[in-house]
Design a protein around this ligand. Structure first.
Ligand code: ADP
Length: 716
């Protein structure tokens, strides 16, 4: 077995490969780009090498840099993961030329399957059913049109070199054929540098069913049954499962046999996936299946197969690449139960699934369960989701005796995910897993499109319960921050200086907390009531307290200083400063309460409240509400800190730039406007001075704490 390998990838898959390597006693070498300096896969590796700037083309795709890191570290093999160089035959050859084992199939098999048209021809020869259509060499429009007419409308145009759904167009009639062909070719040319097209019959309500295959260098080929990946958005998989729902033994045997024949036809070695498309048959069963393509690598969704077969496919990859025979024979591989995977992405379903790169400030994954697996790129500390790569945060995979059990388990696990700093598709995934069509196993590739409206619910104002939880979070935080003074500085528990209820001489003790909920201001008056509070919400009062007997895990690492200034010790807050004050600076992220038992009007609830910049995140029963908070101290501090550079108060978009380098400005003059949380925040000059640099333009995305404008002050 290898003693040391290099992983030419990043994120969750790099970590997943590393885990198995460690378990097998193999040392791991990571590579990273500038954007990934602080990434977990780098920290967890035994060694790590910087291979270039953020752009993938200059780092993770740059094989000279990777091969030279491999040589320098003295590894025996390279695992490419998925994506990047995983299906690059030239890279596989470059590894071989450097005397390093490429953990993947032989370059010839990658090449044979890399071209959809050539692959279809090979499959036809091997007796594997292929989608009826044209995959010939002649590429003139007339030939392609004639092929389409022969197949019958509607047809699907597909890029021969395609991948990731690029260069695909549905054409419903002759009239729209020419335009569709031109645009498919354009897209394919720009994505793959190749505009050859296939014409295929468009299968109605199809299901995407694929088979995991594995070959070794001794002529052995086995399959590890099928996965259903029909839940797709724009031809991209979102939820995957194994086995495929509604599949009978006879049908399963046929498709698995076809997949093994496909692998044998190209002398396949290593992990591979043969993808089929199937029509809808009777009674929820899939109909006829046709070969679509073969992916010559480990797939994102391989864990569902591992869960139902009790295998570790990365271990198999290492063994096969080291020359060992397959660890199991076909008759020993069996299906047990059902597994479903959901891909958690940093993307915003509410704005058309736009990727949401940025700093993931806090990530809470579901608590450990024997039937749950979380393959994540991040731990609770969060990290950076760079805009340069696929924005996947994690995969959650759940096993159950039955499909229903797996679906419910995954649903419950997803409801526990709490992410702050970037938008995620967690709510959307919950909706999909909950959907009656999905639960019935009636999945086809149109499921998401058809149900989009119900899967992406419109943003609604925070309910009273969420507002109350937000108040309790802030009030608990304040109480926590005052505790050291109570315990240490004062022996007088009745001293007004140690009270945290907004007590005032000559006044009723209360605090008004102001939230901004979806652009609307909500003021809530909170007054101490016994050991709890009375919260006067717009819809009526709610009595709140922290439940007795529940250990509150209040973790206030209050960063009292501004970023970069280190942590300064808390100074004794004065009662007036304490009014409406929550103790965190504008830029620090503070976890106020995690899974804290809170009682609202006698009902015991569990919630997590995270204070991030000027936003409060409330997580409760799968719901996630974001409330802007009006924090006078933070506002004052932000102002105070504005003399040198002027920074973004929260992640957002530059809505307007009012100044340019060289301008002289007066104190209070608006410089730049940041739009975040549907609100505009004007950054003003704290002092008079001269603008030395404006770092962004209108429309630019900025992250919290980024310096927007540099100002040279006239006076100190
Ligand atoms: P890519 O390699 O670009 O991902 P695939 O050939 O794997 O392209 O197809 C991606 C998806 O497009 C499939 O999972 C399926 O949903 C859909 N698709 C592909 N071929 C057909 C077809 N002939 N009829 C209907 N849908 C298809």
């Amino acid at each position: 077995m290898f003693r040391k390998i290099l992983i030419a990838n990043r994120g969750e898959i790099a970590r997943r490969i590393m885990r198995t390597a460690k378990w097998m006693g193999i040392r791991s070498v990571a590579v990273f780009s500038d954007a990934d300096r602080d990434a977990l896969h780098v920290r967890e590796a035994d060694e790590a090498y910087l291979i270039g700037p953020a752009a993938a083309a200059e780092s993770y795709l740059k094989f000279e840099a990777i091969v030279s890191a491999a040589k320098e570290s003295g590894v025996e093999a390279i695992h490419p993961g998925y994506g990047f160089l995983a299906e690059n035959a030239d890279f596989a050859e470059a590894c071989a030329a450097a005397g390093i084992v490429f953990i993947g199939p032989p370059p010839a098999a990658i090449r044979a399957m890399g071209d959809k048209a050539a692959a279809k021809a090979i499959m036809e020869q091997a007796g594997v059913p292929v989608v009826p259509g044209y995959h010939g060499k002649k590429q003139d429009s007339a030939t392609l049109l004639k092929a389409a007419e022969k197949i019958g409308w509607p047809v699907l145009l597909k890029a021969s070199a395609g991948g990731g759904g690029k260069g695909m167009r549905i054409v419903r009639d002759k009239a729209s054929f020419a335009d569709a062909l031109a645009s498919a070719k354009r897209e394919s040319r720009s994505a793959f540098g190749d505009d050859r097209m296939l014409v295929e019959k468009l299968i109605g309500h199809p299901r995407h069913i694929e088979v995991q295959v594995f070959g070794d260098t001794h002529g052995g080929v086995v399959h590890l049954f099928e996965r259903d990946c029909s839940v797709q958005r724009r031809h991209q998989k979102v939820i995957e499962e194994a086995p495929a729902p509604g599949v009978g033994e006879e049908w399963r045997a046929r498709i698995c046999e076809a997949a093994v024949a496909a692998a044998r036809a190209v002398d396949y070695v290593g992990a591979g996936t043969v993808e089929f498309i199937a029509g809808s048959g009777a009674g929820g069963a899939p109909g006829d299946f046709f070969f679509m393509e073969m992916n010559t690598r480990l797939q994102v969704e391989h864990p569902v197969t591992e869960m139902i077969t009790g295998t570790n496919l990365v271990e198999w990859q290492f063994r096969v690449a080291a020359g060992e025979a397959l660890p199991m024979e076909q008759h020993n591989i069996a299906i047990a139960g059902h597994a479903i995977e959901a891909r958690l992405y940093a993307e915003d379903p509410a704005s058309g699934f736009l990727p949401s790169p940025g700093r993931l400030r806090y990530l809470e994954m579901p608590s450990f369960a024997a039937n749950l697996r979380v393959d994540s790129a991040f731990d609770a500390g969060g990290g950076s989701v760079p805009p340069d790569y696929d924005p996947m945060v994690a995969k959650l995979i759940c096993w159950g005796e039955t499909r229903d059990e797996a679906a419910q388990g995954l649903h419950d696990a997803l409801a526990e995910v709490k992410a702050v700093g970037v938008a995620t598709n967690a709510g959307f995934l919950l909706g999909a897993l909950d959907h009656p069509e999905f639960r019935a196993g009636a999945v086809d590739t149109g499921f998401i499109e058809r149900n989009m409206d119900s899967l992406v619910p419109p943003r609604e104002p925070a309910p009273a319960r969420a507002l109350a939880l937000a108040c309790v979070g802030l009030l608990l935080s304040r109480r926590q921050q005052n505790t050291p003074f109570r315990a240490g500085a004062s022996n007088d528990r009745w001293s007004p200086w140690t009270r945290d209820d907004g007590w005032r001489l000559n006044g009723v003790g209360h605090t008004v907390l102001r939230f901004i909920d979806d652009g609307r201001e909500v003021d809530i008056s909170c007054s101490a009531d016994g050991d709890g509070w009375r919260l006067d919400l717009p819809g009526g009062p709610i009595m709140a307290r922290q439940s007795e007997g529940v250990v509150s895990d209040i973790l206030p690492p209050p960063r009292w200083g501004r970023d970069g200034e280190g942590v300064r010790p808390p100074t004794q807050p004065s009662p007036t400063r304490g009014e409406g004050w929550v103790g965190a600076t504008a830029r620090a992220h503070v976890l106020i309460a995690r899974d804290t038992g809170i009682e609202l009007d006698g009902a015991r609830l569990s919630a997590t409240v995270v204070h991030d910049g000027s936003t409060l995140h409330v997580f409760h029963e799968g719901g996630h509400w974001q409330l802007g908070i009006h924090d006078p101290l933070a506002a004052a501090e932000a102002h105070e800190g504005a003399s040198g550079g002027l920074t973004a108060p929260m992640p957002g978009k530059i809505a307007a730039v009012h100044v340019k380098a060289g301008d002289t400005v007066t104190a209070g003059q608006p410089l730049i406007v940041v739009e975040a949380m549907k609100m505009e925040h004007t950054i003003q000059a704290a002092t008079a001075g001269k603008v030395t640099e404006v770092r962004f333009r209108t429309g630019d995305q900025v992250s919290e704490g980024e310096v927007l404008v540099a100002l040279e002050g006239e006076t100190a």
